[in-house]
Design a protein around this ligand. Structure first.
Ligand code: NAD
Length: 302
C-alpha cells in the first residue's frame, strides 16, 4: 500500500487566522473606536489582479476592516500614482496601502513602492521593511512568505534545525522567506535558475518550498521521503475544452506519494497570502494608533 502525504489545508488554516483577526478587529473597535483601513491601488485591467483586488476588498469587509479601492486606467502616469500614494500616506483612515503588482510597463514599480510610508506598507516590500527584516527589527513582512512559514509551522511545529530549501530568489517570495526561515533557526538554501543539480539540492530538504512559476518543475522523485512541501507557484495551464486550471510548481501527483506533508494548489499558500495581508493591516493600524498588537492577538499562536 503506497503512503500519501498529509495535505496542509491552507484554506482552513487561513479561515482560522481570519476569524482570529476578526475577533481582534471587533475588540479594537469596541475598546478604541478604531476600524483598520486598507487602501488598494489597481492600475489597469489585468484580469488576475482584478480578481485579487476584489477578494481583498471582500475579505477586508468580512474581517471588520474598511477597504478603499482606487482603480486607475492603464495609461495613468507615474506622477499621478505617486500623488495618490502621498494622499493615502496622509489619510488618517488608511492604515495600510497596497499597490497591486504587476504595474503597467511604463511605471517604475520601485519608485511607487519607495513612496509608500513604510509603516503603511502592508505588502512588506519597501526597502525599509526589507532592511528591518534582515536586521531582525520589528516591521511589516511580505505576506506570502509569512503565510508559508505559518503553514510549515502548522505541519511540523518547531522548525529549528531543519534543512529548508527554497527554490526561487525573488524579492517578493524567495529572499524574504529565506530570512524568515533563518529566524526560525532553519539551515537555509536558496536555489534558483542557475542552480546545478536542482534535484539533489531539493532532495536534501526537510522543508522544501517552491516559488518559481514553472508548472510542475519539482518532481516527486526530488522530494525526500517524509519532507514537508510548500508549493507557492500559481500557474494557469490549458485544461482542454477552452478551460484553464491552476497548478503549482510541484508535480503534486508524484510528490504526494513521497512527502510527509504537502500544500495543494489551489487551496494552499494562496488563501494564506490574503489572510496575512489582513494581519499586516491590523498590525499597521496598531502601529498607527500606538497600540500593542499582542493585546489583541496571541502572537505565539500564529
Ligand atoms: P519570480 O519570477 O519573480 O521569481 C522566480 C524565481 O524562480 C527566480 O528567482 C528564478 O531564479 C527562479 N527560477 C526560474 N526558473 C527556474 C528553474 N528552472 N529552476 C530553478 N529556479 C528557477 O516569481 P515570484 O514572484 O517569486 O513567484 C513565483 C511563483 O509564485 C509564481 O508562480 C507566482 O504566481 C507565485 N506566487 C504565488 C503567491 C501566492 O499567494 N500563492 C504569491 C506570490 C507569487
Amino acid at each position: 500500500m503506497s503512503r500519501q502525504a498529509r495535505i496542509i489545508d491552507g484554506k482552513a488554516i487561513a479561515a482560522d487566522l481570519r476569524a482570529t483577526i476578526k475577533t481582534a478587529t471587533e475588540k479594537m473597535a469596541r475598546k478604541h473606536d478604531i476600524q483598520p483601513g486598507l487602501a488598494v491601488v489597481l492600475v489597469g485591467e489585468d484580469p488576475a489582479s482584478q480578481v485579487y483586488v476584489r477578494n481583498k476588498g471582500r475579505q477586508c469587509a468580512e474581517a471588520g476592516m474598511k477597504s478603499f479601492t482606487h482603480r486607475l486606467p492603464a495609461e495613468t502616469g507615474e506622477e499621478q500614482i505617486l500623488e495618490l500614494v502621498e494622499n493615502l500616506n496622509r489619510a488618517p483612515a488608511v492604515d495600510g496601502i497596497l499597490v497591486q503588482l504587476p504595474l503597467p510597463g511604463h511605471i517604475d514599480a520601485n519608485r511607487i513602492i519607495d513612496a509608500i510610508d513604510p509603516d503603511k506598507d502592508v505588502d512588506g516590500l519597501h526597502v525599509i521593511n526589507a532592511g528591518r527584516l534582515i536586521s531582525g527589527r520589528e516591521g511589516l513582512r511580505p505576506c506570502t512568505p509569512v503565510g508559508c512559514v505559518m503553514l510549515a509551522r502548522h505541519a511540523l511545529g518547531d522548525l529549528q534545525g531543519l534543512n529548508a530549501v527554497i527554490v526561487g530568489r525573488s524579492n517578493l517570495v524567495g529572499k524574504p522567506l529565506a530570512q524568515l526561515l533563518l529566524n526560525e533557526n532553519c539551515t537555509v538554501t536558496i536555489a534558483h535558475s542557475r542552480t546545478r543539480h536542482l534535484n539533489q539540492v531539493c532532495h536534501g530538504a526537510d522543508l522544501l518550498i517552491a516559488a518559481v512559476g514553472v508548472p510542475e518543475l519539482i518532481k516527486g522523485s526530488w522530494v525526500r521521503p517524509g519532507a514537508c512541501v510548500i508549493d507557492v507557484g500559481i500557474n494557469r495551464v490549458d485544461a482542454g475544452g477552452g478551460k484553464m486550471r491552476l497548478i503549482g510548481d510541484v508535480e503534486f501527483d508524484t510528490a504526494v506519494k513521497t512527502a510527509g506533508f504537502i500544500t495543494p494548489v489551489p487551496g494552499g499558500v494562496g488563501p494564506m497570502t490574503i489572510a496575512c495581508l489582513l494581519l499586516n493591516t491590523l498590525r499597521a493600524a496598531c502601529t498607527h494608533h500606538d497600540i500593542a498588537l499582542a493585546s489583541y492577538i496571541d502572537l505565539t499562536r500564529i
